[in-house]
Design a binder for this molecule. Structure first.
Ligand SMILES: Cc1ncc(COP(=O)(O)O)c(C=O)c1O
Length: 367
């Protein structure tokens, strides 16, 4: 048998004891209240057909990109797609990364320097935290969505100051006060970076996200859009100035030292973003479901991500199992993904969920 260090085995064992050992499972065929496919595009047959037709147009396409964008992996198609995406998200330029994780890592670790200060919302995604660690900049977390604490931390900053937030928080589902954050960053001479992963495709007239919906795009240094959530595919862009794109092409390791996305993936992104832009009906249905959920619980978030707080890994797992046994796909979010004591069920609403399904789910949980 291949050797495996004792210390690592012990770590796995500890997870079993604490009840938070992760394991892979297959997708179920329960009613979907778990996936990030908020508009149902990942399974949309019309979109799938469009992608099939579009990817056949170019008969001589290569199955793989065959190299990094800086070597053999760049094509006219990728550059045209970036221009179209920049236009769609109202930015001067866009640079494609292979995933949102890579985009956050590549952006933060490259642009923010050791002598700079990075201030981040404490509930930011792991990819943001990892990017911050790699940058080795001075960094301070500010209390979730708390403008006063953000101001305090901004005043401690040295060098160029950056603030990183998510527009919709992946685990809480609540929304950042972007307008106030832009004003605060202007006052304090800081540059704002917004991860729009869970807003992409959902907010804005054509799914351009919350920054565009609020008319803030010109005031934000960099925006990250991901295509693996409501867009139903994979990949991401960093949107910002031409100089930012040029800088990332020159220095961002997660852009430079990796094989570019294959042609077929680029076609999927192009078609799915266009499809999402025209999917007003789906956005309306999703909006209706979000409003219904909020009405029923007398609160909730104005986003597709809702949470039911529970306590402790074991109790949360048990609650999720009960709900699943009644036919609803739901996952428990456990420590260490979230802080101890804030374990929860994460409920994702979709355009395709019916009112009855939402009502049934909530009755079940409240019982
Ligand atoms: C806020 C946020 N940013 C970035 C990512 C990473 O995006 P991707 O799944 O495309 O790597 C995620 C995914 O979970 C996320 O929730």
């Amino acid at each position: 048998m291949n050797k495996f260090p004792e210390r690592l085995s012990a770590e796995l064992e500890k997870r079993s004891i604490l009840g938070n050992r992760r394991a892979l499972s297959f997708p179920d065929d329960l009613i979907d209240f778990a996936s990030n496919d908020y508009l149902g595009l990942a399974k949309n047959l019309t979109l799938r057909k469009q992608i099939e037709v579009e990817s056949q147009i170019k008969m001589d396409y290569s199955l793989g990109a065959t190299g990094s964008r800086l070597l053999t992996g760049n094509t006219e198609f990728s550059e045209e797609l970036e221009q179209a995406l920049a236009q769609h998200y109202r930015a001067e330029s866009a640079l494609i990364f292979n995933s949102g994780y890579m985009a956050n890592l590549g952006l933060l670790s490259t642009v923010v320097k050791r002598e700079d200060t990075l201030i981040y919302d404490v509930n930011c995604h792991a990819s943001i935290r990892e990017g911050i660690q790699l940058s080795r900049a001075n960094n301070y977390g500010f209390k979730h969505n708390d403008l006063n604490d953000l101001r305090k931390k901004l005043r401690k900053g040295q060098g160029q100051k950056y603030v990183v937030v998510e527009s919709v928080y992946s685990m809480e589902g609540d929304i950042a006060p972007l307008k106030s954050m832009v004003s605060l960053c202007n006052e304090e001479n800081a540059l704002l970076i917004v991860d729009e992963a869970h807003a992409t495709g959902i907010y804005g007239e054509k799914g351009e996200g919350l920054c565009v919906q609020e008319g803030l795009e010109q005031s934000i240094f960099a925006r990250v859009y991901t295509f693996g959530k409501a867009i139903g595919h994979h990949g991401a862009i960093v949107a910002g100035s031409r100089k930012l794109k040029d800088y990332l092409i020159n220095f961002s390791k997660s852009f430079i030292y990796t094989t570019a996305l294959p042609y077929h993936s680029l076609v999927c992104i192009k078609e799915a973003v266009q499809f999402a832009a025209k999917s007003d009906e789906l956005r309306k249905k999703l909006g209706k479901n979000i409003r219904l959920y909020c009405e029923l619980v007398g609160g909730g978030n104005l986003s597709p991500i809702q949470t039911v707080l529970s306590k402790g890994n074991e109790e949360t797992k048990k609650l999720a199992e009960k709900v699943r046994s009644k036919g609803f796909s739901i996952f428990p979010i456990l420590h260490p993904t979230v802080p101890k004591g804030s374990e929860r069920l994460r409920i994702c609403l979709h355009a395709f969920n019916t009112s009855d399904q939402i009502k049934e789910l909530l009755t079940l949980i409240s019982r």
